[in-house]
Design a protein around this ligand. Structure first.
Ligand code: TEU
Ligand code: CA
Length: 547
């Protein structure tokens, strides 16, 4: 099996992982100092969120120089040391690259604004016209319009994200070459692959037509994603860059659906190894998006997993994730962060590590970090949260109600400082961190869980070890049972040689599993200390059985 199929990935949000120099911001030496910890979890690949030079309007997803390290995070020698430390421990590193847009402070964009005949003009997407007449009706991902006006040349430029993130014009072959050279630059340093930010959006619809939908997820899939040349570009990228290295590629793919996924990851396509799709991540979004939520339904989630597994089974490969730096904490969102915090965090680990595909663990989920609820909007830092707040207040929303939504949905839920121990700021930093620590660091932290063999952390270690010893869990067949059951997620994994059953109770209720298991079945992993009958499931109980 290829290494990236067997791998388990650990995602680091550098700003929030570990501060080494007391400025309140996580950094590369901080990560370096924790490599033994990361290795001890048993993961194989580290995915680093962007660490390039950036004015940090969107925490590094607005890059102003793709070949420099962000000053807050250290310098190139810190990077080289980190990469060496990762490789010395037998792990690999994938970098996060943002090919769809740059910062407005990137020298390309500054030049592009200079004049209509500047050689960099066509690096971006400009439309000449009057200030209050927008080129089309597209909304940005971060509230407001996807266009901003530049007086100097009396033109609008397109930005699908914030106005400080102008979209690049991939039609321009020079833009594509620049991006390929940047990738070579990092591969030559020895990195092992890329996670590619919103790569599904790089090819724009010809003529940039008005959207006829008001439902944001529809706008993404019908107007922003999967443009007519996206596969041309990805094949070119593969030919120019990826095929020269033994690397792993995963494309972040808002708008990628079951119907077009294989065009990106089909084995015969020479494009990407994997994509992140959002089928399950947008599941509780209403028509207005994440700040218009609808109740989460386990049956819907199972159907998403089942359909994607089936789609990719024969000639593709999936990525399995339940959270990242853009979503609420998994235990708060899909589990129970109150009475059954411990059990449900372990249940989520069981799901992640028993599915077919490459699992991605987001930092802190391995200790069950939870959502945060700051009192005031002033404590929040995330641009999406702050823009949504402003937008809602302008529209006259009730601030108390909207604050509840912020507590539930904000991306800052995932970005609070990592909780290492019960000292000041959870051991993340000596100084006031850039984003306030979650108050619960005294009860939820690494140090405490290291000393408890039944901790969530030690369960992750056990589950990872178990997956490694039972590789049929990586690529064996998958079948879900009792799909319509609203509280149980039951599935079988098997090969010619082995058969596994995974029983997950996503509720506080006791359940009996109707299945008849053979006498010879054994209980291999369980998130409760004391075993009970094979068919019985206690609240949030998770079991892995082997025939
Ligand atoms: O995210 C793209 C994306 O689809 C998100 O905007 C997502 O829909 C939203 O955050 C859910 O609330 C990527 C990065 O992961 C994100 O951090 C960046 O802000 C964004 O691209 C722009 O680069
Ligand atoms: Ca620092």
């Amino acid at each position: 099996m290829t290494w990236w199929k067997e791998a388990i990935v650990y995602q680091i949000y550098p700003r929030s992982f570990k501060d080494s120099n007391g400025d309140g911001i996580g950094d590369l030496p901080g990560i370096f100092s924790k490599l033994d910890y990361i290795q001890s979890i048993g993961v194989d690949v580290i995915w680093l969120c962007p660490i390039y030079q950036s004015p940090n309007h969107d925490n590094g997803y607005d890059i102003s120089d793709y070949r420099q390290i962000m000053i807050d995070f250290g310098d190139m020698s810190d990077f080289d040391q980190l990469l060496e430390g990762i490789h010395e421990r037998g792990m690999k590193l994938i970098m996060d690259i943002v090919p769809n847009h740059t910062s407005d402070e990137h020298r390309w964009f500054k030049a592009s604004c200079e004049s209509e005949d500047n050689p960099f003009r066509d690096y971006y997407i400009w439309r000449k016209g009057e200030m209050d007449k927008l080129p089309n009706n597209w909304p940005s991902f971060f509230s407001g319009d996807a266009w901003d006006y530049d007086e100097k040349t009396q033109s609008h430029y397109l930005h699908l994200f914030s106005k400080k993130q102008p979209d690049l014009n991939w039609e321009n072959p020079k833009v594509r070459q620049e991006m390929y050279e940047i990738m070579h630059f990092w591969f030559k340093k020895g990195i092992d692959g890329f996670r590619m930010d919103v790569v599904s959006l790089i090819s724009k619809l010809p003529g940039l037509p008005d959207s006829e939908s008001n439902v944001f997820t529809e706008i993404i899939s019908q107007y922003y994603a999967n443009g007519p040349k996206v596969h041309k570009y990805l094949k070119e990228m593969h030919k120019e860059v990826f095929q020269h290295y033994d690397c792993m590629t995963v494309g972040e793919g808002p708008g990628i659906t079951l119907d077009n996924a294989l065009n990106y990851v089909g084995e015969d396509r020479n494009e990407l190894n994997m994509v992140f799709h959002f089928g399950h991540m947008y599941i509780d979004n209403g028509p207005g998006g994440k700040y218009d939520p609808i109740p989460f339904d386990l049956v819907d989630m199972k159907k998403v997993f089942n359909a994607w597994d089936e789609k990719l089974a024969a000639k593709g490969w999936g990525s399995i994730f339940l959270g990242n730096h853009d979503f609420p904490r998994v235990v708060s969102r899909f589990g129970n962060d109150g009475l059954y915090w411990q059990e449900s965090a372990k249940l989520i680990a069981t799901l992640l590590l028993c599915m077919r595909g490459t699992p991605y663990i987001f930092q802190g989920d391995e200790i069950g970090m939870t959502n945060v609820a700051y009192q005031s909007i002033d404590e929040y830092r995330d641009i999406e949260t702050l823009n949504s707040w402003k937008d809602a207040m302008l529209k006259g929303a009730d601030s108390e109600n909207f604050m509840k939504l912020v507590h539930q949905q904000s991306r800052d839920n995932a970005r609070t400082p990592f909780q290492w121990n019960n000292s000041r700021n959870g051991g993340f930093s000596e100084k006031h961190p850039w984003l306030k620590s979650n108050d619960n660091f005294e009860t939820i932290n690494v140090e405490k869980q290291e000393n408890d063999e039944h901790s969530i952390l030690n369960y992750y270690r056990k589950m990872i070890e178990y997956r490694k010893q039972n590789p049929d869990l990586v690529d064996g067949n998958y079948q879900c049972y009792e799909v319509e059951h609203p509280e149980l997620f039951l599935f079988k994994r098997w090969s010619d040689k082995n058969e596994y059953w995974v029983l997950l109770n996503f509720s506080e209720n006791h359940h009996n599993v109707a299945m008849q298991f053979p006498q010879s079945i054994s209980l291999e992993v369980n998130n409760y200390g004391e075993p009970n009958g094979i068919n019985r499931l206690r609240p949030w109980e998770a079991k892995v059985l082997k025939v």
